[in-house]
Design a protein around this ligand. Structure first.
Ligand SMILES: *Cc1c(COP(=O)(O)O)cnc(C)c1O
Length: 482
């Protein structure tokens, strides 16, 4: 017997129902679980097994998942996970992953509904950001890939098809982004063959926004040195502190130099759905391209990145290749161009669009915008608690959902230890970054499950743990009055 399907489906059906019940219980009870548990050595060692020649009953494989996998995942579904910028996921997206698995659609191309659903999602994304209806785009693993695709499109605009065929041939292209740019942007320049040094990191002002005078001066110096400024990257929601570059000004400067204007709005793009904060993005509607993630603030399960490219022909021309085995046809399964495989480097791709479409359909833009607002309000609450304590200091203004702070008198090593202790205790998962020359505790409130009490408890726990270690008394009022 060669099929992988069971002869009697009832056992699989029962197992599937059990998994569903368990996973619903898991999500419903997540707050009572530890945020994170370190993976014990003996379980880690169990994942160095040889390739199994013989199969194991799916019930037993599931039991191994329950014992050895489920307890030791990242923890970002948990309301007290505040590290990095991780989305919390959502139950509708979880169910969509099951449906997508059953469909097993290959969304690299061909004439089927998966491609149409993806175009719907891209159109919604363009609408959200005020970009034209014909804006092109694809779903990707994340913003790292989305930024890479945008850089390749910008390179195509600067050098045309010749560079696709023959490479850079000595072209001296230069790109510009703020000093707070995410590491994937220099990476994208590297992968595009331009080299990381082609990226000029422009200093930021006191609000962590790109200094426009410094940008203009750097562009002028590069031009004088014979370089071609081809790309300006605006960061909308910087990963360290949640700062927004002046998108409108960057669009204007890019236009003056006939350069491509790209926005890295990995999580900041979702600010567009917040009535109180959408003005942070003003000008992004002029972008030639935008990179952002549905898996961060839009709470779609991992992974779901997105790139938008204003000019659909240019997007296609950057990646399309004619091959006999992928030839277009006027009808049948080979119809329905353009195909996503001509809009990026992937050929085979899963049905990511389904979970995005189901999430946006189930919750709507208003509820998702509400999550953005609520998480930003929680960050303000956290900032207020920090300001009220004379043992804690804010290290950057809190404009969005990210709070960077330090403990008075703590060395970087002590801060790193405290954060690791908090993570290993299973109580909280903030992360760290460096602001100026100082290590910061960084809390990014992204998860729709996080509540005011979670944020307050983080401050209380830090104050409790540091009381013995610092000689500064905290004069903040007792818990009940906060
Ligand atoms: C998260 C992030 C990225 C990278 O996105 P991935 O989805 O992790 O690949 C890029 N830029 C910014 C500003 C980010 O916050």
């Amino acid at each position: 017997m060669s099929t992988l399907d069971p002869t009697d489906w009832s056992g699989l059906r029962a197992l599937g129902h059990r998994m569903m019940d368990d996973m619903v219980d898991h999500l419903a009870g997540i707050a009572a679980q530890p945020v994170w548990r370190p993976l014990p050595d003996e379980i880690r060692a169990g994942f160095s097994a040889p390739l199994p020649a013989e199969g194991t009953a799916p019930e037993n494989v599931y039991a191994a998942f329950q014992a050895n996998i489920q307890p030791y995942v990242t923890g970002n579904t948990h309301p007290r996970f505040m590290g990095w910028v991780h989305g919390g996921g959502n139950p509708v997206s979880m169910l969509a992953e099951l449906l997508a698995g059953a469909m097993n659609a290959n969304c690299g191309g061909r004439n089927h509904v998966g491609i149409v659903v993806e175009r719907q999602v891209i159109a919604w994304a363009a609408e959200m950001l005020g970009m034209p209806a014909q804006t092109s785009g694809v779903l990707l693993t994340g913003s790292s890939m989305a930024n890479f695709i945008a850089v390749l499109c910008a390179r195509f605009k600067a050098l045309g098809t010749d560079a696709r065929a023959n490479g850079l041939q000595g072209a001296k292209l230069t790109a510009y982004a703020s000093a707070g740019v995410h590491r994937c942007v220099p990476s994208a320049l590297d992968m595009a063959g331009l080299g990381m040094q082609a990226l000029r990191k422009i200093p930021v002002d006191a609000d962590f926004r790109m200094d426009l005078e410094a940008l203009r001066a750097t562009i002028a110096a590069d031009q004088a040195a014979g370089c071609t400024p081809f790309l300006i990257v605006g960061t909308a929601g910087s990963v360290d502190v949640g700062a927004f570059d002046d998108m409108a000004a960057l669009a204007e400067i890019a236009k003056t130099h006939n350069a491509w204007f790209h926005a890295d709005a990995a999580f900041g793009a979702l600010t567009a759905l917040s009535p109180t904060r959408k003005h942070f993005l003003t000008g992004i509607e002029h972008a030639d391209s935008v990179a952002f993630d549905f898996h961060k603030w839009a709470q779609v399960t991992y992974d779901a990145g997105c790139v938008l490219i204003r000019d659909p022909e240019l997007h296609n021309a950057t990646f399309a290749q004619a091959t006999s085995y992928l030839a277009a046809a006027p009808r049948g399964l080979a119809g329905g161009q353009p195909w996503p495989c001509d809009l990026g480097p992937d050929l085979s791709r899963g049905f990511r669009a389904l979970k995005v479409w189901m999430t946006l359909s189930a919750y709507g833009s208003e509820q998702l915008g509400g999550v953005v607002d609520t998480t930003c309000d929680l960050a303000q609450h956290l900032a207020a608690r920090i300001t009220a304590s004379n043992r804690l200091e804010l290290l950057a203004p809190v404009k969005l959902n990210i709070v960077c702070f330090a403990i008075a008198g703590f060395t970087d090593a002590q801060t790193a230890d405290l954060v690791a202790d908090l993570q290993e205790s299973g109580l909280f998962a903030p992360s760290t970054t460096t602001i100026g020359d100082r290590m910061a505790i960084r809390a990014a409130i992204v998860n729709h499950r996080t509540q005011r009490a979670d944020v307050g408890a983080l401050v209380d726990e830090i104050l409790r743990r540091t009381a013995a270690l610092t000689c500064i008394n905290d004069t903040a009022p007792p818990l009940a009055t906060r």
